[in-house]
Every structure is written in structure tokens, then in C-alpha cells.
Design a protein around this ligand. Structure first.
Ligand code: GRF
Length: 203
């Protein structure tokens, strides 16, 4: 299974995927990494792992459509059975999303449908939530709105900072994203009628 991973920053989710593959726990290859930001540390992570990595800098494109068209071209050049958004901080056009429907996944640091968008950890703290977490979902044209595949919950402790909470969430991210990709690589996971299906069972 060819995974094309899209990043914008640190790449901790990318690193988790690379490590699982190296450890023989994920039967897939990362066919390429694409970052929209030139200084994304995840590009270094890819290069250190000998993985093709390119930057498609969105500031160099006229508009969202032309960017997404270049993105689609690069993904198809690398080859992808699944396009994995991993800390990718761009909103994709409906045309792009429809092109990869059912093989485009994202990880979002909240218990969707709560806290779509940004600054999810601080929002959970500000709301006095005692529980928070992370969701992996299929991507549909609705921002952070596609069918959820898996969620993992973490406690929020008194006095937690957003960084404390982010660290606790990211520990779960590193666990559940490779799990979802194991399911996908084994042909067990699909999206049907805007629902996530594992082994023919609706999730
Ligand atoms: C992570 O918290 C992830 O949930 C969100 O972006 C953050 C950074 O991800 N999507 P990464 O370290 O760049 O993979």
C-alpha cells in the first residue's frame, strides 16, 4: 500500500508512520511526503528516512484551485493508495477532496464533532472539559466533518496547559494513526455513503 503523506510542520505523525513501517508493524510504503511549508521539520524526517520529499509552497500559487491541481499532480507522480493528512494545515477544495474520496484521511486533535478548526486544546481547557482527545476521519468537503474512523480519549487535569494536553493527545495520535493505516492497508477500511466501514461493519 502506497501512502502519500501531506504535512505542514513537525511531522510527529509522519514519524510514527515511518517507525511503524520500519518495525514491520505496518505493511505499507511512504511513496512521498509533500509539505506546503519549506521549513517543515517533517521534510527532514522524510529525508533522513530516505523518502522522497517535496515542498509545494502555497504562497507561490495564484489561488487554491491551482495549488490543489499541483498537489494532485505531485501525489499521482508519487503514487498513492491513500493520501494521509498529518498536521497538514490547508483547507482543500471540494474538487480535490472528491478526487481522493475514500482514500483521503486526516487526524484532528479533538473528539469530533467537538472543536473543529484550530486551538482545540486551549478551547477544551477554557470550557473546563475533563476529557479531550483525537479523531481520525475520512476527509469530505466539510472541514473536519468527514465520517470518523476512530477516536482516542485522554483526561484533562487541573492546571493542564495547552502544551500539556497537546502532548497527552499526541501520544494517542502516534498510536491510532498507524492503526487506521494498518486497517486500510489490509483492505478492511472503506468509506461508503459518507460512513466509515471496517470489515463491513459501520463504525
Ligand atoms: C497534531 O496535533 C495533529 O493532531 C494536528 O497537527 C499537529 C501536528 O502534527 N493535525 P504533526 O506533529 O506535524 O504530525
Amino acid at each position: 500500500t502506497k501512502l502519500c503523506v501531506l504535512i505542514s510542520g513537525n511531522g510527529s505523525n509522519l514519524q510514527a508512520i515511518i517507525d511503524e513501517i520500519s518495525a514491520g508493524r505496518l505493511d505499507a510504503v511512504v511513496s512521498g511526503v509533500i509539505s506546503n511549508r519549506p521549513n517543515a521539520y517533517g521534510l527532514e524526517r522524510a529525508k533522513s528516512a530516505g523518502i522522497n520529499a517535496v515542498c509545494l509552497d502555497h504562497t507561490q500559487f495564484e489561488d487554491r484551485e491551482s495549488y490543489d491541481s499541483a498537489l494532485k499532480e505531485q501525489i499521482n507522480t508519487f503514487g498513492a493508495d491513500c493520501v494521509v493528512l498529518a498536521g497538514f494545515m490547508r483547507i482543500l477544495t471540494p474538487e480535490f477532496v472528491d478526487e481522493f474520496a475514500g482514500k483521503l484521511v486526516n487526524i484532528h486533535p479533538s473528539l469530533l464533532p467537538k472543536y473543529k478548526g484550530l486551538h482545540t486544546h486551549q478551547r477544551a481547557i477554557d470550557n473546563g472539559d475533563t476529557e479531550h482527545g483525537v479523531s481520525v476521519h475520512f476527509v469530505t468537503p466539510e472541514l473536519d466533518g468527514g465520517p470518523v474512523i476512530i477516536q482516542s480519549r485522554v483526561p484533562v487535569f487541573e492546571g493542564d496547559s495547552a502544551d500539556d494536553l497537546a502532548e497527552r493527545v499526541q501520544e494517542q495520535e502516534r498510536r491510532i494513526y498507524p492503526l487506521v493505516l494498518r486497517w486500510f492497508s489490509a483492505g478492511r477500511l472503506s468509506m461508503r455513503d459518507n460512513k466509515a466501514i471496517l470489515d463491513e461493519q459501520e463504525l
